[in-house]
Write a protein that binds this ligand. Structure first.
Ligand SMILES: *Cc1c(COP(=O)(O)O)cnc(C)c1O
Length: 483
């Protein structure tokens, strides 16, 4: 039976259900499986023709003990969770005419139009499944840089086991993203617009971490988290790497490289996991904007928190690539887990860790990285649209910019450019990049249009008193619910 241990190494091993419902491990580390299953290439061959959800079933089954969740329940959960996706195959492929051997992988066909739907659909349904079985109830507390929040709100909405508090930095997300959270009519979703967050989503994460550290308050309100520290999202996010590889190759072993617009390293962590399981991805490309938190790790051996820059690709304006700790656990076979915990503690205290040459060689193997400017992003959106009438969102453009810049390190293998959001979530950026007075039709989406016509429901709070204000309102709401 697979057990889950903490990347800080100071928490007892737990089963899958406990790891999911806890979010963070009690020592502040991230839960990881105590061993990673390896998939033989014959098995990979057999998986090649599976549908997305059948493939997800096979992969997830390796991490979920049948005694925790029977096979029929897992299949049913997957069917329910992904019913709201507009593409039956979940993710789709778009070959680019202007870049030889490059395909865009569209990861944004879920109900809130970003790749966050992929992990969140599964995780929130899983929470609901476990809680309904235990006859329990949880308060969810999550922060967003624009896309996690809408996905968490959408999937929690109306679920009787969940009450969801969704925090966002007021002026750092788009109006479309905000409306995806504030126009839901459900009584169990509470969006909180937070003003004055110089570090964006990272400011909100800090408040959440403090609330989580108050064990008695956390226990009193049954608080948990569906942010990307939750193992359930990472595990599910490995599936699209397998699926994309199978769709792009004719046999296992052919080289394919994948560029991923990244911030928190949650998406790439799924790629790192897939590779650890045996998927022969040639290069994983960490594509950053000016907030080069991952580029520093993969080019300078340095994890370092700097000031936050606001960019056109706002969903990756992130300073702390929290899931990088999991990647270290996957690849550093000979390093005791306590050592990873030490780095994590050092980073939390000082905002900086410098890795040795040897550790760097191990973790950077199979990775490339690049950071891109806003003007390159805008230029690419315009160029690709003019050449082939295909509209990139600003995050896909960050990934494509990395592919362009790294050509001399690539070897002509098929390249996959991950598109993590629908351009309709960023109409102002797209329109300005195109230099047009109107958005092209492909820059809109019916769900975004519909949300423009609904009332908004939102709490508003200043970052300087967020923690106490949240405690008060969450507690009052909890007491009302219990009456
Ligand atoms: C969250 C997000 C990302 C970054 O994903 P990480 O897992 O944090 O690296 C990229 N693009 C979009 C559109 C996102 O919403």
């Amino acid at each position: 039976m697979i057990k889950y241990i903490s990347t800080k190494g100071q928490s007892p091993a737990v089963d899958f259900e406990s790891a999911i419902l806890a979010g963070f491990a009690p020592d502040g580390g991230l839960y990881v499986p105590d061993r990673i299953p390896e998939i033989a290439s014959t098995q990979l061959e057999e998986w090649r023709h599976l549908s997305y959800l059948d493939l997800a079933f096979e992969i997830l089954s390796l991490y979920i003990d049948r005694s925790v969740m029977p096979a029929t329940d897992l299949r049913e959960l997957l069917q329910t969770a992904y019913a709201a996706f507009e593409a039956e195959e979940i993710i789709t492929f778009h070959p680019l005419a202007s870049s030889a051997n490059t395909q865009v992988v569209e990861l944004f066909h879920g109900p809130t139009l970003s790749f966050k739907d992929i992990g969140m659909a599964f995780l929130v349904h899983l929470f609901h499944y476990f809680l309904a079985r235990r006859k329990e109830y949880r308060t969810l507390l999550v922060a967003t840089t624009g896309d996690t929040g809408p996905a968490a709100a959408y999937f929690s909405a109306g679920k009787s086991t969940l009450d969801a508090w969704v925090l966002y930095p007021d002026d750092k997300i788009t109006e479309m993203q905000e409306r995806q959270m504030t126009t839901l009519p459900h009584a169990n979703v509470h969006p909180v617009a937070v003003t004055h967050c110089p570090e964006g989503g990272d400011d909100l994460d800090a408040v959440i971490a403090r609330i989580f550290a108050d064990k008695s308050f956390k226990a009193q309100l049954n608080i948990s988290s569906v942010n990307s520290i939750n193992w359930g999202r990472i595990m599910m996010q490995s599936v699209h790497y397998f699926y994309a590889y199978f769709q792009t190759t004719t046999r296992i072993g052919e080289p394919v490289s994948m560029a991923v617009p990244s911030g928190g390293f949650g998406n790439l962590c799924g790629g790192s996991l897939a590779r650890k399981m045996g998927l022969p991805i040639r290069k994983l490309i960490a594509a950053n904007n000016k907030n080069a938190c991952l580029h520093r790790i993969f080019s300078e051996r340095k994890m370092q928190k700097e000031e936050l820059y606001e960019t056109l690709s706002s969903a990756i304006d992130i300073l702390v690539p929290i899931n990088f700790w999991r990647h270290l656990y996957f690849v550093l076979d000979d390093t005791p887990i306590d050592e990873i915990g030490n780095w994590q503690d050092t980073f939390e205290k000082t905002g900086e860790v410098i890795f040795s040459e040897e550790i760097f060689a191990a973790y950077a193997n199979g990775f490339l990285s690049h950071c891109t400017t806003d003007s390159e992003v805008a230029g690419l959106i315009k160029a690709v649209f003019e050449e082939e009438a295909y509209l990139l969102d600003p995050h896909a453009a960050v990934a494509l910019a990395a592919i362009d810049a790294l050509q001399d390190k690539l070897e002509g293998e098929p390249l996959l450019c991950f598109a993590t959001a629908h351009p309709a979530k960023f109409p102002e950026v797209v329109q300005a990049a195109l230099g047009k007075s109107e958005l092209p039709v492909s820059g809109g989406h019916p769900s975004i249009e519909a949300a423009k016509q609904y009332c908004e429901k939102v709490y508003r709070c200043d970052n300087s008193y967020l923690e106490s204000a949240l405690r008060t309102i969450m507690e009052r709401r909890w007491e009302m619910e219990r009456e």
